[in-house]
Every structure is written in structure tokens, then in C-alpha cells.
Design a binder for this molecule. Structure first.
Ligand code: NAG
Ligand code: NAG
Ligand code: NAG
Ligand code: NAG
Ligand code: NAG
Ligand code: NAG
Ligand code: NAG
Length: 267
């Protein structure tokens, strides 16, 4: 109970929680003005008409966001706005028909902070509206420059961050153990970084998705942001974004191994 309270308190202070209203929400600090045509995969997740989080277009009927953005909210209350520079205005507004929150999402530690949204109607893609593929391949190395994004009021911003190692990052998040399911990135020695309204937005390496904004302490010098490590959720993403289970190499290896064991047991 003691730990729960302490962790709960810690989360209230640090986590990029869902904003209840635009007025009270805090937005990305720093970065440069970026039009939607430069980050055409960016979308805004709205609950009952209010921006609560960012999200990312994966396909015509699929988007990805943080599980803490969809936690406890029926899909019927959620819409996504694609192809707009403005918050709560412009672009296409599409009803969410289903949220597949990660089954092991932990609302205290924010482990497995990932959720796939199924959309009622297809997104009409154009120059300002494009899907982004997850980056399954590139190694995520310390000091690599990565791009994140979010709205500063009505202006879309993009911000370069640098990957930092988990041990350094852990020093800032003393009450939760950071696993390989998280990526840490920082703006080095500035206060720049995402803030609560940016939860669910993308972290991008080589024009492909590597992370989902999960939590941080806003407006605090040097403080890193934690992103969900998309590469660790390949099976989850493939199941829910294709609707069909596609076997990954590791699954194939697993089945070959099982068959091998079964075969040997008959010899
Ligand atoms: C793309 O679609 C959006 C939303 O329907 C629209 O606002 C925008 O003008 C379109 N852009 C182009 C380049 O056609
Ligand atoms: C809808 O979401 C639930 C989990 O909330 C999941 O079990 C189900 O497979 C999803 N359906 C589709 C079509 O994605
Ligand atoms: C968070 O999860 C715990 C246990 O997993 C549960 O008891 C609690 O009700 C959840 N919090 C909310 C706000 O649903
Ligand atoms: C990252 O950059 C810092 C500062 O320049 C340097 O001290 C450190 O050795 C670099 N780490 C790696 C793994 O390249
Ligand atoms: C990020 O850094 C690259 C150079 O590494 C630069 O070309 C690009 O404009 C920067 N992007 C932002 C949003 O500052
Ligand atoms: C952070 O510092 C490293 C090492 O000096 C540098 O390579 C990197 O470009 C910096 N990152 C940002 C986002 O300014
Ligand atoms: C960041 O904090 C400083 C005080 O430390 C405050 O003056 C400033 O308005 C804050 N910026 C944002 C964007 O919240």
C-alpha cells in the first residue's frame, strides 16, 4: 500500500497524463514549427470533442497511441483528427470503433503503454495524410538523433531529441524500474521536451516509428522522456493492425523448435 501510494504520487507528478481539457493541458516545449505535410502521420485523439493525446497513422483504418490515453474510455467517445495543423479543427475527423489496449498495460508503472485504434471509416490519404511504418530493424543507439512532435497551442511542433542509455535515464525515474520496453530520449541541457498533451505521439528514427510518448516531467532541465519501445511489440502491432496474425521469424523459429522436440520424442 505504501509503495502504491508513493508510486501513485510519483506518477501524478511525473507522468504525461491525459489532459482533461485543452486549457489545463500542457504542450510540447521547444522544437520548431512544422507543418502537417512534414509529419503527415501525426493525428490528434479527441475525447468528446477535446484533444487528449497525439497518435500516429499506421494504415487506412489503424492508428497507434499510448494505452494511458485510451485507458477506461469507451471507443464510442473517441475520434481521431487527421491531416490538420490545428488542434480541434480542420482535416478529417473519424470515429474510433475499437481500442486494443495492450492486455498487460499496467496503469501504475505504465508498462506496455501501447494501444491500437481501429477506425470506423478509412482515412483518405493525401500529401498531408500518410501512414508511417514501424521501424523493426534499426538499432536504437545512444546519442542518435530522433524526432518527436506535438502541438504547442495551435501550432504543430517537431523536436529533435537524443537517445540516452537506460542507466542514465533510470536516475530520473527512481521509483519504477525501466525495462527494455522503454526508450529514453532527452533534449540534452534544455527544458525542451514533450508534455502531457503530447502523450501517444510518435518518436521517429529514419522516417519510421520507434516510440510512443509515454511519460516525463515537463519543463524541467535535462529531464528525459520515456517512450514505449515499439520494436518490442512487433507481434502485438501486427496482430491488431492487420487483423490477421502474421508469423514473425521468432515465431517460426519457435514452431520449428517445438516440432523438433516433438519429432525427437518419437525417436
Ligand atoms: C488532404 O485531406 C485533408 C482532409 O480531408 C484536406 O484538408 C487537405 O486539403 C488535403 N490535402 C491535399 C494536399 O489534398
Ligand atoms: C477490439 O478490441 C478488443 C480489446 O479491447 C480486442 O480483443 C479485439 O480483438 C479488437 N477487435 C478488433 C477487430 O481489432
Ligand atoms: C489500476 O490498476 C489497479 C490494479 O491493476 C486497479 O486496482 C485500479 O483500479 C486501476 N486504476 C484505475 C484508475 O482503474
Ligand atoms: C554520447 O555523447 C556523449 C557526449 O558527447 C559522450 O560523452 C558519450 O561517450 C557518447 N556515448 C556514446 C555511446 O556514443
Ligand atoms: C533535427 O536535426 C537535423 C540534423 O541532425 C536537422 O536537419 C533537422 O532540421 C532537425 N529537426 C528539427 C525539428 O529541429
Ligand atoms: C545532445 O548531445 C549530443 C552529444 O553532444 C549531440 O550529439 C546531440 O546532437 C545533442 N542532441 C540534441 C537533441 O541536441
Ligand atoms: C516553464 O517553467 C518556467 C518557470 O520555471 C515558467 O516561467 C514557464 O512559463 C514554463 N513554461 C511552460 C511552457 O510551461
Amino acid at each position: 500500500m505504501g509503495l502504491f501510494t508513493a508510486t501513485g504520487y510519483f506518477l501524478i507528478v511525473l507522468v504525461t497524463v491525459r489532459a482533461n481539457s485543452l486549457e489545463s493541458g500542457s504542450r510540447i516545449i521547444g522544437g520548431v514549427n512544422y507543418g502537417i505535410e512534414k509529419i503527415p502521420y501525426q493525428l490528434s485523439l479527441e475525447k468528446s470533442g477535446k484533444h487528449i493525446c497525439g497518435a500516429t497513422i499506421l494504415g487506412e483504418k489503424r492508428a497507434i497511441t499510448a494505452a494511458h490515453c485510451t485507458f477506461g474510455i469507451p471507443a464510442s467517445e473517441l475520434k481521431v483528427r487527421v491531416g490538420s495543423n490545428q488542434i480541434q479543427n480542420g482535416g478529417q475527423l473519424i470515429q474510433v470503433s475499437n481500442c486494443s489496449q495492450h492486455p498487460n498495460f499496467d496503469n501504475i508503472t505504465l508498462e506496455n503503454d501501447i494501444s491500437i485504434l481501429l477506425l470506423e471509416n478509412s482515412i483518405k490519404m493525401n500529401k498531408t495524410i500518410k501512414a508511417i511504418d514501424p521501424n523493426w530493424k534499426d538499432a536504437i543507439k545512444v546519442n542518435t538523433t530522433v524526432l518527436t512532435s506535438g502541438w504547442d497551442g495551435n501550432i504543430l511542433h517537431a523536436l529533435n531529441l537524443s537517445i540516452i542509455d537506460r542507466d542514465t535515464c533510470q536516475k530520473y525515474f527512481t521509483m519504477v524500474r525501466l525495462t527494455n520496453n522503454k526508450i529514453c530520449a532527452t533534449s540534452n541541457d534544455t527544458k525542451n521536451g514533450p508534455c502531457e498533451d503530447d502523450s501517444g505521439s510518435a518518436l521517429v528514427l529514419n522516417n519510421k516509428l520507434i516510440g510512443i510518448t509515454s511519460w516525463t516531467k515537463c519543463n524541467s532541465t535535462n529531464f528525459p522522456t520515456i517512450f514505449t519501445n515499439v520494436q518490442n511489440y512487433e507481434d502485438f502491432i501486427k496482430i491488431y493492425s492487420n487483423g490477421v496474425f502474421k508469423m514473425s521469424l521468432s515465431n517460426i523459429a519457435y514452431f520449428i523448435c517445438i516440432l523438433h522436440i516433438i519429432f525427437n520424442s518419437f525417436n
